[in-house]
Design a binder for this molecule. Structure first.
Ligand SMILES: *[C@@H]1O[C@H](CO)[C@@H](O)[C@H](O)[C@H]1NC(C)=O
Ligand SMILES: CC(=O)N[C@H]1CO[C@H](CO)[C@@H](O)[C@@H]1O
Length: 179
């Protein structure tokens, strides 16, 4: 009795299809889709927001806390990463770049702190401009390394930028009507 190759192949393919369909995460919620479409990087935005397990159930109030929390955690994480890099043996010019990014992140962190306090006191009108400023600080740091072949921060600036765009969108939706 020889094995029935076509049948075996079909079975294997079917199994692969079923398991890959099962492993696929559910599509992002309509709110997440709406928000992330307004950012510079849709896939990165979805991935970043789903790092918080409240996201699948979140309305925009919860999403405001999620995005400010993620942005703050990311910014402080990147800030200490930059300090760590600056302690290593880096060239003078790289050292200058890191120092510049360090002040960018200090500035971004202080704005995100204010944004978080605003949220806690249900004050929404400052969110868009605070996150806009923090976004510019991330973009500034990104520009600092654009002429360098050494890009130690990877996509961290981009992640912060996208999270700030999320905050800005939600902030505007609170103050300007809309959804
Ligand atoms: C951060 O961004 C704000 C707003 O654009 C700007 O005023 C501030 O100088 C920036 N800080 C740094 C260190 O780049
Ligand atoms: C330090 C920190 O929280 N980093 C996170 C920044 O955002 C990315 C994207 O969601 C996460 O993967 C990191 O863990």
């Amino acid at each position: 009795m020889s094995p029935n190759h076509p049948l075996l192949l079909t079975t294997v393919l079917l199994l692969l299809l079923i398991t890959s369909a099962a492993a696929k995460p559910p599509p992002p919620t309509p709110l997440v889709q709406r928000i992330c479409k307004t950012t510079a990087d849709y896939p990165l935005c979805v991935e970043a927001l789903y790092a918080d397990d409240r996201t699948p159930e979140a309305d925009r109030y919860v999403m405001a806390f999620i995005s400010v929390g993620l942005a703050y955690t990311n910014a402080t994480g990147t800030r200490s990463y930059i300090s760590g890099l600056a302690k290593d043996h880096t060239s003078r010019v790289d050292r200058m770049r890191l120092d510049r990014c360090g002040s960018d992140y200090d500035a971004a962190i202080s704005r995100l702190e204010i944004a978080y306090n605003d949220l806690n006191s249900e004050t929404y009108f400052g969110l868009a401009s605070l996150s806009g400023e923090a976004a510019r600080n991330a973009t500034d740091c990104q520009a600092v390394f654009s002429k360098s072949t050494w890009r130690p921060l990877g996509n961290r600036n981009q992640v912060l930028l996208v999270l700030c765009q999320v905050i800005a969108y939600i902030g505007k939706s609170f103050t300007g009507g809309g959804d």
